[in-house]
Design a protein around this ligand. Structure first.
Ligand code: BGC
Length: 908
């Protein structure tokens, strides 16, 4: 009996512990157990798991210790109980942090159910090198005379270890790209390191825990370098040596032995250099590997480097070295051949079924000196032949020369390609599918959003949007991944930001990139067209592109709730606005080169409309106002009251000038295009009384084009949002579901697996758009995702609830959808909205994360017949009815899962 009682007690204990709130998902600077943090006040965040509805945090307590088990003594920081519901971005406030040290933290919270949680699991972070002096390593370059093709240098160092290693950390960066090994094994899982930044001002290093990579006795470090962004042939014009002509390494290995002693192995004059199999490597051209020249075992201690050259010690700056902010590029999806075939022209082709960015790994057995060529293409032409004209001068070709004899495996190191098809030359015999694998490479950001519907074409569109992101978030946000560009075009990035922030955790990615934007901004405040800037000095200052300076930080703040982005970017935002002001006369921005509504609906095809050309200065004026508005918002958050006042006056003048210059007395815009109305309405350029008529004109314009959009890069992202705001959601649904050109689904009907740069990359007759500007992987038009997630699924931020502390769930039932389902990992945890039409009922299931509140718009005009989890909504004690509108009832709910059943009549 006693035994039974004990067992029952134990069971009850387990059940109650499970029912209680728990703290989970601890992150430091938005990352799980990161290494190499160089911020002296890193931010802590956590999430709660709560079984009970309406769970909020009332207070928290954080402890920081120097060891995993040291939480009972000598704490670096102990907050005590802090009465606060803040659970994201709490800055460290303890004793000073030291370079290279690892710190451990845990947290517990008090919830609004009167419960104190148990302490969380222990999380850690490790500091990077904080001062120039923390670097003992020296910059080194190969000591031999380089050949013209610049084969990839191999740098190596041998050293002895006679004691037991307790921990070891490697700090690595390069001029160029590096791939490092210890004892023949790759260090870490990252590619294209150290990543791309404004190299002259900011160069990232990476930090690796290499504690387990050593053996007793002789050890070897081997690092191969590639020219990469730093000095390879790159950028519009295919120039080399953009940042410098050297190729160099900085490598520091800090070892701590179990006896407490330490040792540092540094790059210095004692290293050796040579070349190996990688004979040339450039981002656009591809890589040439001659396996006959491979130095087998060069990164292991057994290798004999007697005839290798020494190295040159260089005095390159170390005061620009910074920790790595973003998630580096890693390997992701693998694709096996979908089809292997011969084209009408006789080429041997593999179709991987997906336009992806990365490379092909292949296995081959052949003769010594046999040359294999792998060429890459996104599409086949209408006759089914391999098509590469749209790559412009990017050769996108990997060449492998065989050693012969045994089976050999090849893949490139310092280049990547945007492709779905590869053409193979030089193979003897039949191509076997098992010998080929394509691998996607992109920045390793957490997947945060998903969106599925009952409409397969829309699901494919969503797939294409996601692959647009994957292909173009390769350390920087690029316009395209295949032709001779792959640059951080600012316009493209700002247009796509909100969609991207739903799909992936892009905060760290953009924290880094925004710093580069500011670093490359000109003294007059103008923002360069691409970031990092590698174009000529005059390539700057375009409206809609430079506004990335204001649009991205503000939207980062909304999505992730970290005020620091506004603090660090404030001056840059202000400089951009002041630049526009300096370019304006009588508050009108009518100067300079602007890209305008880039790639809008082709005028030659404009048979049934009145031409979709939007005046570029009208657009500039709208973005001017928008940037000023975002600067005002930011100044308000930061308490810069003088700026709030001053810029509010300016904003009014800009809007007045817009009205005088670009609208008729009846409220038409002078361009009378979709984009002109979209921007004027979205940025509140028109006084209240003129807005609805402008929206009506927009709707009429869309109808004139037989329910088609005509917008380009700048109008497209806001088009459906504006329609929804002015009661035209049904029309927005029609546009979304439109299948003929120009529309989002037209490319889907043409077998697209990514978002195209142009509405008609492949024309209805199968021919291509102009090859000078015809990428099949450009994310900009994927910006419709934001409307699908925020309006169709209805997941949004409410009012000042930045970072989703307050949530708005407002699904829109429409189109031909029977169901729509979206999940999003907010900083507080999972948020979801699933709606489904079930006969004469609409089921709405939603999950709201702990420590947040949500306002839910239920599409109904009366409470009658509405149930939640089977009970009458009107009787619910947990859900508050906030507002009853004509077609929607707004309720307020705390965390938890809610299932509403709502009477529904199918629309005709
Ligand atoms: C890029 C675009 C970019 C544009 C500027 C193009 O070459 O691919 O996406 O924004 O130039 O107009």
């Amino acid at each position: 009996m006693i035994k039974r009682i004990i067992l029952l007690c134990l069971f009850l204990q387990i059940v109650t512990v499970k029912a209680q709130t728990q703290v989970t998902s601890l992150t430091t600077e938005g990352l799980t157990n990161p290494l190499g943090i160089d911020n002296l006040q890193p931010h802590f965040s956590w999430q709660l798991i709560a079984k009970q509805r309406n769970t909020m945090q009332l207070a928290y307590e954080i402890k920081v210790a120097e060891s995993e088990t040291g939480f009972n003594k000598d704490l670096l920081w102990s907050t005590g109980k802090v009465i606060s519901d803040q659970s994201i971005h709490i800055p460290y406030g303890g004793k000073p942090l030291e370079a290279g040290k690892r710190y451990y933290w845990q947290v517990r919270i008090w919830d609004n159910k009167g419960k104190l949680t148990t302490w969380s699991n222990v999380a850690y972070w490790q500091m990077g090198l904080l001062k120039e002096n923390d670097w003992q390593a020296q910059w080194i370059s190969p000591g031999y005379a380089e050949e013209n093709d610049r084969p990839s240098p191999l740098l190596r160092k041998e050293f002895k270890i006679n004691k037991k290693v307790k921990s070891a950390t490697a700090y690595i960066t390069a001029h160029g790209l590096y791939e490092a090994q210890i004892n023949g094994k790759k260090i870490g899982d990252k590619y294209f390191t150290p990543g791309w930044t404004s190299y002259k001002k900011r160069l990232q290093y990476q930090v690796y825990d290499v504690s387990d990579m050593f053996i007793n006795g002789n050890n070897a470090i081997g690092v191969m370098l590639g020219s990469g962004w730093y000095r390879g042939y790159f950028s519009l014009g295919n120039f080399k040596d953009i940042y410098g002509s050297d190729i160099s390494l900085l490598f520091q290995l800090n070892i701590t032995y179990t006896d407490g002693s330490t040792e540092t192995i540094n790059s210095d004059g004692s290293w050796k250099s040579s070349t190996g199999a990688v004979r040339s490597s450039n981002i656009y051209a591809g890589e040439v590997i001659d396996a006959r020249l491979e130095k087998i075992g060069w990164a292991t201690p057994e290798f004999n480097d007697k005839d290798w050259s020494g190295v040159k010690v260089q005095s390159f700056p170390k005061n620009i070295l910074i920790g790595t902010y973003n998630e580096s590029v890693t390997r992701h999806e693998k694709f096996i051949p979908k089809k292997i075939f011969t084209t009408p022209k006789g080429d041997q082709i593999i179709d991987f079924g997906q336009n992806l960015v990365g490379w092909v790994t292949l296995k081959v057995k052949g003769e010594v000196g046999q040359k294999i060529t792998v060429s890459h293409a996104e599409v086949l032409d209408k006759d089914g032949n391999f098509y590469t004209e749209n790559l412009r001068i990017a050769k996108a070709q990997d060449i492998y020369i065989l050693k012969g004899g045994k089976q050999e495996t090849f893949e490139p190191h310092f280049t990547w390609h945007g492709f779905r098809y590869v053409k193979l030359e030089g193979f003897s015999g039949e191509l076997k599918p098992e010998d080929f694998e394509a691998c996607a490479l992109y920045s390793n950001m957490e997947k945060t959003g998903s969106f599925t519907t009952s409409n397969e074409l829309i699901n494919q569109l969503q797939h294409n949007i996601e692959w647009g992101l994957k292909g173009n978030f390769l350390d920087v946000p690029t316009d395209c991944p295949q032709r001779d560009e792959r640059l951080g075009w600012t316009g493209d990035a700002q247009v796509f930001f909100r969609t991207a922030s739903f799909l992936r955790g892009v905060n760290n990615f953009f924290v880094k990139w925004m710093k580069d934007l500011a670093a490359d901004q000109f003294p007059d405040g103008s923002v360069t067209h691409v970031v990092p800037n590698v174009l000529a000095d005059f390539e700057r200052g375009s409206s809609g592109w430079g506004d990335a300076a204001t649009i991205i930080p503000w939207n980062m703040y909304l999505a992730y709730g970290d005020k620091r982005i506004l603090e660090t970017q404030y001056q840059s935002m202000k400089n951009w606005v002041n630049y526009i002001q300096s370019q304006s006369k009588n508050n009108l921005w009518k100067q300079g080169r602007h890209f305008g509504d880039w790639l809008f609906y082709n005028v030659q095809d404009d048979l049934f409309g009145d031409s979709a050309i939007t005046n570029k200065y009208l657009i500039a004026q709208c973005f001017y106002a928008h940037s000023v508005q975002l600067l005002i918002n930011t100044a308000e958050v930061l308490g810069r009251n003088d700026d709030v006042k001053g810029y509010n006056l300016l904003l009014q003048e800009i809007k007045d000038a817009f009205l005088n210059e670009y609208t008729t007395a009846n409220g038409a815009t002078v361009s009378d295009t979709q984009t002109s109305y979209v921007l004027a309405l979205h940025f509140d350029m028109l006084p209240e009384k003129l807005r609805q008529q402008a929206a009506d004109r927009l709707a009429a314009n869309i109808r004139r084009y037989d329910t088609h959009l005509t917008t380009g890069f700048l109008g497209t992202p806001y088009l459906c949002h504006v329609l929804s705001r002015f009661n035209y959601t049904d029309l927005a649904f029609e546009l979304l579901l439109q299948k003929t050109y120009p529309s989002w689904l037209y490319p889907v009907t043409k077998d697209a697996t990514t978002i195209w740069e142009r509405w008609d990359g492949i024309k209805p007759d199968g021919s291509f758009e102009n090859s000078d500007m015809n990428s099949f992987n450009h994310y900009a038009y994927g910006a419709i995702g934001d409307w699908m997630y925020r309006v169709v699924a209805g997941l949004d931020i409410e009012g000042d609830g930045i970072g989703y502390k307050k949530i708005r769930i407002h699904p829109h039932i429409g189109g031909d959808f029977n169901y729509v389902s979206a999940d999003y990992k907010t900083p507080y945890g999972k948020l979801s909205s699933n709606w489904k039409i079930n006969g004469n009922k609409l089921n709405l299931k939603t999950e709201i994360p702990p420590n947040t509140v949500a306002y839910i718009n239920i599409p109904a005009s009366s409470l009658e017949g509405i149930t939640e989890s089977g009970k009458n909504l009107s009787a619910s004690k947990e859900i508050e009815i906030v507002e009853k509108k004509e077609n929607s009832i707004v309720v307020k709910a705390g965390s938890g899962i809610y299932e509403f059943s709502i009477p529904y009549t199918m629309k005709k």
